[in-house]
Design a protein around this ligand. Structure first.
Ligand code: HEM
Length: 491
């Protein structure tokens, strides 16, 4: 059996040199696949066979039919540093540590019961989001105010997860208007810095002895960002552990308390301090990026296609009305708003590829040979834009996700025609939280405000950044409050 098609590389180095001269690597890989007219390609980077996939049929073979074979993760400098030597869930290869931490997350932190328990924290931050946006309009309610949608969306997700873990939105004082203080800006910046250097084709990931030279600077940047996070997190975590030890704390109020109190079968602490610290960093990076990016892109697309924004607004008026803010109990009925968010996940995923899956034995997929140790990267961008599957793939068209029978729209696509939360053993255990955050963020912004391009801008520039899949420039929009005044006054 043959390997999937791909460029012929040099003996030892494979295509590493092409990778280095064709940055960013994700664009090079997608261009190569377009040129070869293939939906599966194998590119050798050093000793590693990297298998890139844009076909949903093949994606299902990897993650459904042969899920067990492809359930591990690569040993990369970036993953090792971020997970403090693989103490966590997302980044750890298959094994006892991954099983233990995945069970902790699924059963004790992301379960439906815990979701309910933590609802007040989410509501508090959804209210704060509207309060913050309203405060930007306060000087002239008629003209409205200019809002940095990216910042507001990232800080909303950041606030929720800081509430979840530390029962606080701010490490410092925050801002009077509900916006972030410098501490939160630095915190979010560090999270995004980790995300942009994780699994991002560093040369040291494929030739491990090059790590000490840090030619591309990724290691230094990652260490700095991880250091920033630990400066904020560790004192909080150490202090809380001390409080439980000394008996000055007796009630569980957040995820950190839950993690500290988990016990193994002997009644000893289930998690070490190091595991708690590493897992908290991982939860932070898992939560912030997808919801905020989907909502920023959705609003940008909707302002350029006002009929879509109108339909979503009408749905909110019909389901919720204008005298009260949309609540979590309304979300199941907001099918069009959810279709808008799902369309952003399809067309504008935050990451070009899914987290890599590594095969633990030789295997075959669609008559191709996939050697043990291959890194399978399902292309979130390629699946979502596959012209065989999606009509007018480059058009933002939320209706495509509505079900003919009017049944509930969900943000997951378990058929992998697009990749939002993925599926299988390594599928996302944060679907409930991720879906709630994304839908609530979008619903509150659409319900609470009338959005338009800033006065000197005819249309929103929808170009994406060259280096990643974010909008090239942070989205600034003009917002005008559209609900009765007393709704905002109560916040
Ligand atoms: C809209 C929000 C989210 C999206 C789109 C999303 C998407 C994903 C994707 C694509 C994966 C990789 C699956 C694979 O390897 O095949 C993943 C894994 C994961 N996600 Fe999420 N996620 C979201 C929110 C969250 C949240 C809020 C949490 C928890 C706080 C979370 C925790 C995890 C974990 C722990 C894994 C790794 C599972 C494993 O390797 O066993 N995610 N997520």
């Amino acid at each position: 059996m043959k390997l999937p098609p791909g460029p012929t590389g040099l003996p030892v180095f494979g295509c590493l040199i092409q990778m280095l001269v064709n940055k960013p690597t994700f664009r090079w890989i997608h261009n190569l696949m377009d040129e070869m007219n293939t939906e599966i390609a194998c590119i050798r980077l050093g000793k590693v066979h990297v298998v890139s996939v844009t076909s949903p049929e093949l994606a299902r073979e990897f993650l459904k039919k042969k899920d067990i074979t492809f359930a591990s993760r690569p040993d990369f400098m970036s993953a090792r540093l971020t997970s403090n030597g693989y103490l966590t869930t997302i980044l750890s290869p298959v094994g006892d540590q991954w099983r233990k931490m995945r069970r902790v997350l699924s059963s004790h932190i992301l379960s439906p019961a815990k979701h309910l328990w933590l609802q007040d924290k989410r509501v508090k931050e959804a209210d704060n989001l509207v309060r913050y946006a309203y405060n930007q309009c306060k000087n002239s309610l008629e003209a409205g105010g200019l809002i940095n949608v990216r910042m507001a969306a990232q800080q909303y997700s950041g606030n929720v997860i800081r509430q979840y873990i530390f029962s606080k939105s701010y490490f410092g004082k925050g801002m009077e208007d509900g916006g972030p203080g410098t501490e939160e800006e630095e915190h979010i910046e560090a999270i995004f810095s980790i995300l942009s250097h994780l699994y991002s084709f560093s040369i040291a990931d494929y030739v491990s002895w090059l790590e000490i030279f840090d030619f591309d600077g990724y290691k230094g940047k990652l260490k700095k960002a991880i250091g920033n996070l630990t400066e904020y997190h560790d004192p909080e975590i150490d202090h809380r552990i001390q409080m439980w030890k000394s008996g000055s704390k007796a009630n569980e109020e957040d995820i950190l308390d839950v993690m500290i109190n988990l016990k193994d079968s002997d009644g000893s602490p289930l998690l070490t301090t190091e595991e708690i610290k590493a897992q908290i960093i991982e939860i932070m990076i898992a939560t912030v990026d997808n919801p905020s990016n989907a909502v920023e892109w959705s609003l940008a697309e909707m302002v350029n296609q006002p009929e879509i924004l109108k339909r979503a607004t009408e749905e909110l008026d019909e389901v919720v009305g204008r005298d009260t803010l949309v609540q979590e109990s309304d979300l199941t009925k907001l099918n069009y708003v959810k279709a808008c968010a799902k369309e952003a996940f399809r067309l504008h995923p935050i990451a070009p590829f899914n987290v890599p899956h590594v095969s633990t034995e030789d295997s075959s997929i669609a008559s191709y040979f996939i050697p043990k140790g291959s890194h399978v990267i399902l292309s979130r961008r390629g699946l979502g834009r596959n012209p065989r599957i999606w009509e007018e793939p480059l058009k933002y068209k939320p209706e495509r996700h509505l079900n003919d029978d009017g049944s509930e729209v969900v943000l997951v696509d378990s058929k992998l025609n697009m990749l939002s939360f993925s599926t299988g053993r390594r599928g996302c255990p944060g679907v409930l939280l991720g879906s709630t955050l994304t839908t609530m963020l979008l619903a509150r912004l659409i319900q609470g405000f009338t959005w338009s391009a800033p006065s000197n801008v005819p249309n929103i520039d929808l170009n994406e950044s060259e280096d990643n899949l974010l909008l090239a420039k942070p989205l600034f929009l003009q917002a005008k409050p559209r609900l009765s005044d007393n709704v905002y006054q109560q916040l």
